[in-house]
Design a protein around this ligand. Structure first.
Ligand code: ATP
Ligand code: MG
Length: 407
């Protein structure tokens, strides 16, 4: 038997000298200090202050938060909501408790899911099946009134929730809850978060006029702001001697090019992990370079949390594109064939062409695939249009790895 040179006991006993606390880098972590969002938090406070009053029956408030990827929308609203909830519970002087609920509509894609989640939070034994959306809305109003609780609901990435006119009607009912029949005297306030810069023109008029209370825009962070966010996080999650200000600056430079604080924090964490694996006493520029190539361009949850049909289409496209260096683009026809075969092998019924097309548009809207339409010509004459599909910056092998094993 050959002797192993790997000393497991010694390895496990060795102290990590780079990462002090992994949790500080997790997506769900809310930092104690939100640097450079003071003005936005102040705007929120001005806007929602009145819901801390002792009047239970006054209409709720609504605010749309718009900003591109990684501008701190989610973390700011979460920090604000949790704080408001805490204040309402601490102040006993006739102030009614506020319940803050944050739901991501990319994960909860229907009002049914949203409303049952909410009701379960208010009444843990609430049955999950058997009610229409109208009935659920009506229960929500009744329970809030009975329990004398004010609701502050954050619908994050809410665009995913309002794809049909029925969906828009439900949002409308919530926005105009004081004029409707569902809510009695209940007070419901809403945060609606979106990345869409043209949200005002993309929503219909009824909703827009109800949302006249305003849109708060989150601008991307500049280099100094990104560096501050990174050093605050490094101070919380890393050992002091493990990073330098040059390292922080370099990661900030890379993240500012993408205008994305999430990328900044992930790059810092990956660099730290690589430094740790290499048993280096500190993070070097080489660790950043290695980390850079390993960061996935979109959060992996964007892929793993897609609905089943989207997953099958994406897997079919990734497989076709993985067929060789010449497979840079595929046509909708080729994709449709591969998709039908995959559905067959998984025992899933393939969707009709119109629905299939809607899924493709949805994947393109999320920036996961690229759709391009070109005019074709034959003998100098127009020969119709052709749509091609490709995946730009996510390695297709990784997509296959993520989706292959999933049902
Ligand atoms: N001002 C800040 N201070 C500290 N950390 C921040 C700040 N802004 C963003 N972050 C961190 O950056 C990451 C991305 O922030 P967040 O999830 O809020 O972005 P977002 O605008 O909601 O992006 P998306 O549109 O992709 O959902 C999170 O880890 C968050 O904690
Ligand atoms: Mg977000």
């Amino acid at each position: 038997m050959t002797e192993s040179h790997f000393d497991l006991v010694n390895y496990l006993n060795q102290k990590n000298r780079i990462i002090k606390d992994d949790k500080k880098f997790e997506p769900s972590f809310i930092p104690s200090q939100l640097v450079h969002r003071e003005a936005e938090l102040a705007q929120m406070a001005i806007h929602f202050k009145s819901i801390l009053s002792s009047d239970l029956h006054q209409a709720g408030k609504q605010l749309v938060i718009q900003g591109s990827v990684g501008t701190g929308k989610t973390v700011s609203v979460k920090q604000f909501g949790v704080t408001l909830e805490k204040i309402s519970n601490e102040q006993k002087r006739g102030i009614f408790p506020i319940l803050f609920v944050h739901l991501n509509c990319r994960r909860c894609r229907s009002w049914y899911l949203i409303l049952t989640r909410l009701l379960r939070q208010l009444v843990p034994a609430f049955p999950l099946r058997g009610f229409s959306t109208d009935e659920l809305l009506s229960f929500l109003g009744k329970i809030l009134t009975e329990k004398k609780i004010k609701l502050l609901l954050c619908l994050d990435e809410f665009d995913y929730l309002i794809t049909t006119s029925q969906d828009r009607d439900v949002l409308y009912s919530l926005l105009r809850h004081h004029e409707g029949t569902y809510f009695d005297q209940a007070q419901i306030s809403l945060f609606l978060i979106t990345r869409n810069p043209h949200i005002e023109t993309d929503l219909d008029e009824g909703i827009i006029s109800s949302l006249s209370q305003g849109i708060l825009r989150f601008e991307p962070y500049n280099l100094d702001q990104m560096s501050d966010i990174l050093s605050t996080r490094a101070n919380e999650g890393l050992y002091e001697e493990s990073f330098s200000s040059e390292i922080i600056k370099q990661i900030a430079i890379l993240a500012v090019q993408r205008k994305d604080a999430r990328y900044a924090i992930e790059l810092l964490w990956r660099s730290a992990k690589i430094a740790e694996c290499e048993k280096s006493p500190f993070i070097t520029f080489e660790h950043i370079r290695k980390a850079e190539v390993s960061v996935f361009p979109v959060p992996q949850s964007f892929i793993t949390e897609l609905p089943t049909q989207h997953k099958i289409i994406l897997l079919a496209l990734a497989k076709l594109l993985n067929n060789g260096p010449t497979s840079h683009k595929v046509t909708t026809f080729e994709l449709r064939m591969e998709y039908e075969q995959l559905c067959d092998s998984k025992g899933v019924i393939p969707r009709k062409s119109t629905q299939f097309w809607l899924y493709l548009k949805d994947l393109s809207k999320q920036g996961i695939i690229e759709l391009s339409v070109q005019n074709r010509h034959k003998d100098g004459k127009s020969a119709g249009r052709i749509t091609t599909l490709s995946i730009i910056d996510i390695p297709v092998e990784k997509i296959i790895e993520l989706l292959e094993g999933l049902d």
